[in-house]
Design a protein around this ligand. Structure first.
Ligand SMILES: [Zn+2]
Length: 147
């Protein structure tokens, strides 16, 4: 059973740069998400956005759902989801940030398991990936799942 690692209340932002990062929390329709949606659309793929598939946790919305192929796509920000190439931990309030970012990664993996158990193929696209490359990868997966 998964339990969210609660890092406690956020510390006061130590600098304007950190404050900016903290404000940039996950919303739907971020620039990388919109770029991916356009690239998918240009390839004739149809999808719905920001929904949880039936039978899964309503609070874990998926960025892009390709319902026919049962593919769930997330566009993960490099900072918040600890991309292996660009992850950083702010120096100030370091321990709080470590718990916070670890909690997000654990929740992501738990979401992956829940979706897989409901029959969905989970695809995670990093914010730093070229939208056209990601869209090609997804198109190939759609083809392999719809025969
Ligand atoms: Zn990255």
């Amino acid at each position: 059973m998964y339990r969210h690692l609660d890092p406690g209340p956020p510390p006061p932002a130590s600098s304007e740069a950190t404050a900016r990062v903290m404000r940039r929390t996950k919303r739907t329709g971020t620039a990388p998400e919109i770029a991916l949606r356009k690239a998918l659309h240009a390839r004739g793929l149809r999808f719905v956005v920001d929904q949880a598939p039936p039978g899964t946790n309503r609070r874990r919305r998926v960025d892009v759902l390709l319902r026919g192929a049962k593919i769930a796509v997330f566009v993960d920000g490099c900072f918040w989801h600890s991309c292996p190439e660009h992850s950083t931990t702010p120096k100030a309030n370091r321990e709080w940030w470590q718990r916070k970012l670890l909690g997000i990664v654990l929740r992501d993996r738990d979401t992956d398991v829940q979706l897989a158990e409901a029959g969905w193929l989970v695809v995670r696209v990093w914010e730093h990936e070229a939208p056209a490359d990601a869209a090609e990868r997804i198109r190939a997966l759609v083809r392999s799942r719809i025969t």
